[in-house]
Ligand binder design. Structure first.
Ligand code: BTN
Length: 265
């Protein structure tokens, strides 16, 4: 797979010497964190054909069979305090949409905060994990992306079949994972270049991609569920919600989970 990805990147692509391919691993995020702790450089990319313990947000697993998806983790070392990175996962969503649009010609929507969807179904998820230095700065960030590429409906397990989809089935095309993976590496590198200097325009693009805005949502905090309207996304990625009693709240993805009130999106 790497043999087919590298020729698709510019010769001078700054990340090209730090891209690793694993046929099977537990989780590219877990392995990327270990590599980062051992000093792996900024721009290290881990790709796996299959994960045996793929992880999603909130302790969920991420279904990661071989031969069908892209499981990628990128190590970044932004050298800043963590509060400067609040918009990182939203930015990763925007640049992942760019990559899919350039490779396949379809631009997915983003379900706040960071699920990529086409129609009513999820095609990709993003898990961002941070490691800290002893003085509280960010030592490394691992941006992990799982993208369903080639699955047919029946390839998904029963519990995912109603809510998951793949690039192949939404586009009706044969998907080259190599082409999509190269576009992802390219776009994540672009994101890295623009993350701080272009935060406002990245978040403007995020709002245009975000299908949650204007929808009724359930805000779930522990056992408490409140229903409201998703009004806006702030420049740090937090969601503004207007509740039925007129109260407004700004929620961030670390503290709550938001569901559409009438199904997955
Ligand atoms: C989610 O949907 O909640 C996030 C899913 C993130 C899955 C990707 S696959 C590559 C990387 N390795 C993991 O274990 N998780 C992320």
């Amino acid at each position: 797979m790497l043999d087919q990805i590298l020729p698709l990147l510019k010769d001078a692509h700054p990340w090209r010497d730090h891209i690793h391919w694993l046929s099977v691993t537990d989780s590219t995020n877990t392995q990327a964190k270990l590599l980062a702790m051992e000093g792996a450089p900024h721009g290290t990319v881990l790709l796996a054909d299959q994960q045996t313990a793929g992880r999603g947000r909130r302790g969920r697993s991420f279904h990661s069979p071989g031969g069908t998806g892209i499981y990628m983790s990128v190590i970044l070392r932004p050298n800043c305090p963590p509060e400067k990175l609040m918009h990182l996962t939203c930015a990763a969503g925007v640049f992942l949409c760019n990559a899919i649009e350039s490779a396949v010609g379809i631009r997915p929507g983003i379900k706040w905060a960071n699920d990529l969807v086409v129609g009513q179904r999820k095609i990709a998820g993003i898990l961002t994990e941070l490691g800290f230095t002893s003085n509280g700065l960010v030592d490394y960030v691992v941006v992990g992306i799982g993208l369903n590429c080639c699955q047919a409906e029946l390839d998904f397990p029963d519990d995912l079949r109603a809510t998951a989809d793949s690039l192949a089935s939404v586009s009706g095309q044969d998907i080259s994972r190599e082409v999509v993976a190269a576009a992802m590496i390219d776009q994540l590198h672009r994101m890295d270049n623009l993350l701080f200097s272009h935060q406002i325009s990245i978040m403007e693009r995020y709002r245009r991609d975000c299908i949650t805005l204007g929808k009724e949502v359930s805000v779930i905090r522990g056992d408490v569920i409140r229903h409201g309207l998703a009004l806006d996304v702030c420049d740090d990625g937090a969601l503004q919600v207007l509740y039925g009693d007129g109260q407004r709240e700004t929620v961030n993805s670390g503290e709550v989970s938001v569901r559409g009130m009438y199904g997955y999106v």
